[in-house]
Design a protein around this ligand. Sequence first.
Ligand code: DLZ
Length: 152
Amino acid sequence: MSGAGAPTMELDGTGLRVTIVAASWHTTVMQGLLDGARRALDEARVTDVQVVTVPGSFELPVAAARVAGSGADAVVALGVVIRGGTPHFEYVCAAATQGLTDVAVRTGVPVGFGLLTCDDEQQAIDRAGLEGSREDKGAEAAQAAVATVLAL
Ligand code: DLZ
């Protein structure tokens, strides 16, 4: 985890089943998020990891709902939305964020929130766990999902 007040976490997720649901837009940034999530799950000793790929971030909630209802202990949702010239950005971000929240609360299956909502591509790169990135939000989302499973 990074940022002021962020916790350090030693996680043992041995035996957990975790599914990553990943959007496809902005491939370089998505690859960074995916690599970070996988690395964090590996460090947390989670070996049963599936990846489900959907077209865009708007589709993340339905994928998370299906996965959460199919026996996963936790879901890690990854996506990147970059602001354009229309209000579309706000709608996709709001739908994905509220939808993922609803899935977690309704199913009781923790959903790690690895959705980057950025004004431009540089902001996304800075947070994607790529070489030169300041932050690794894919890893953080994976750690949060596993930590929440272990806490409950
Ligand atoms: C249509 C669209 C646009 C313009 N931008 C993004 C984006 O930056 N990130 C993302 O994950 N998805 C984007 N999409 C696709 C929508 O999420 C969705 O897949 C489509 O509206 C089809 O339902």
